[in-house]
Write a protein that binds this ligand. Structure first.
Ligand code: DQA
Length: 152
């Protein structure tokens, strides 16, 4: 069974309370519960992790090697600042999909650039909590369609 790591960065533990006009009223728990149901239907296994600390996210990405086959990540504000998270994703070389609740390209200029996008399979941005579902479906499909590596 495909194992996917679902990562959330800083302040996403405050979803529901945090700027609901931008991020909606669903909590991270609500979103994860919905993802679990979708994962069950898709026949994949999810592991959830949220942290407000860059190094904890880097550690968790490194530990995904040989355990998980893909990563779904909302890096929060680290999207726009973190070379370390980008390098960790590049280091483990696990197919990664970047998601955002808000449309980062429609917002302040400092949110337009993503350090993660160049090492991601793709980015889903602007569909609220649905971005996670769309991201998971896209990631699972791309993992299932990957050419099987030829043996030695
Ligand atoms: C976010 C967008 C980021 O710019 C912001 O810092 C967040 C949330 C989103 O999901 O829309 O924390 O990643």
């Amino acid at each position: 069974m495909l194992k996917i790591l679902v990562l959330n960065g800083p302040n996403l533990n405050m979803l529901g309370k945090r700027e609901p006009e931008i991020y909606g009223s669903q909590t991270l728990e609500d979103i994860n519960r919905e993802l679990k149901q979708i994962a069950q239907a898709l026949g994949v296994d999810l592991t959830f992790f949220q942290s407000n600390h860059e190094g904890a996210l880097v550690d968790t990405i490194q530990n995904a090697l040989n355990v998980h086959q893909g990563i779904l990540i909302n890096p929060g504000a680290y999207t726009h600042t973190s070379v370390a998270i980008r390098d960790a994703i590049a280091a483990v070389a696990l197919p990664t999909v970047e998601v955002h609740l808000s449309n980062i390209h429609q917002r302040e200029a400092f949110r337009h650039h993503s350090y993660i996008a160049p090492v991601a399979v793709g980015q889903i941005s602007g569909f609220g909590a649905d971005s996670y579902r769309l991201g998971l479906e896209g990631l699972v499909k791309s993992l299932q369609e990957r050419p099987v590596k030829a043996g030695p």
